[in-house]
Design a protein around this ligand. Structure first.
Ligand code: PGA
Length: 252
């Protein structure tokens, strides 16, 4: 399975930061994995122009479930495509928290994204309290089922990112055994009840939450980890490039 190194710039970046994208592309003209950056919407079209013809793909960070209409401040799946996006992140824990997104809302967005030819990165993960309460597999099991049960998807247009909420932006990561346990569980779900007409076996599973050059290789060596969703360390070409290289090396 080809790995995916995905970067999420969140609410960071203005035009001057596009230089990092130029550096990333020139430093990694043909990586042995897929490479994606999801910038803020304001940079999407410019980043897509820079990335045209390169190994880098660009994506959005959210989209509205409706195709268009009176939704001030929102962005539609068609707009993301129009700006050059091939992917969209959905259900990130910051959106679940900041915008009170529910599993049902995320499911509606997912269906819209797929229908508009965007590949979706569905994010899921437990809070610290849920982990300490021994509920991790229940929570991620509920989230992946809500997102994928009876969904018509393929291994090309759905990606799952396991991101423990408490590991995002904190420098903390689960133990390798904990990451491996959740990824094996998610793979199992994708081969079973969440299998989507058999496509689940090929869906890539990303780990996200404080991935950096120093821990990427050991995470990528785990079974059922097919890449990473990277926040802070995706903002600099040198850091993200090192993560891309670690993923490419894990695949070889
Ligand atoms: P982080 O963010 O790498 O800064 O922890 C990951 C994410 O939110 O996708």
């Amino acid at each position: 399975m080809r790995g995916l190194a995905a970067g999420n710039w969140k609410m960071n970046g203005t035009a001057e930061d596009l230089d990092e994208i130029r550096k990333l592309i020139s430093g990694h003209p043909a990586p042995a994995c897929d490479m994606l950056i999801c910038p803020p919407a304001t940079l999407l079209a410019r980043m897509a122009d820079i990335a045209a013809g390169s190994a880098l793909q660009v994506g959005g960070q959210d989209c509205h479930p409706a195709p268009s209409g009176a939704h001030t401040g929102d962005i539609s799946a068609a707009m993301l495509r129009d700006a050059g996006a091939t992917h969209v992140i959905l259900g990130h824990s910051e959106r679940r928290q900041d915008h009170r997104e529910t599993d049902q809302m995320i499911r509606a967005k997912l269906e819209t994204a797929l229908s508009r030819n965007l590949a979706a990165i569905l994010c899921l993960g437990e809070t610290r309290e849920e982990r300490e309460g021994g509920q991790t597999l229940d929570i991620v099991g509920r989230q992946i089922a809500a997102g994928t049960r009876n969904l018509d998807y393929s291994a090309d247009n759905l990606i799952i990112a396991y991101e423990p909420v408490w590991a995002i932006g904190t420098g903390l990561t689960p133990t390798l055994a904990e990451i491996a346990e959740v990824h094996a569980f998610l793979r199992d779900q994708l081969q079973g009840a969440c299998g989507g007409k058999g496509a689940g076996a090929g869906v890539r599973l990303l780990y996200g939450g404080s991935v950096k050059p120093s821990n990427a290789a050991e995470i990528f060596a785990l079974p059922h980890v097919n890449g990473a969703l990277v926040g802070g360390a995706s903002l600099r070409a040198s850091d993200f490039g090192a993560i891309v290289q670690a993923l490419a090396a894990a695949a070889s």
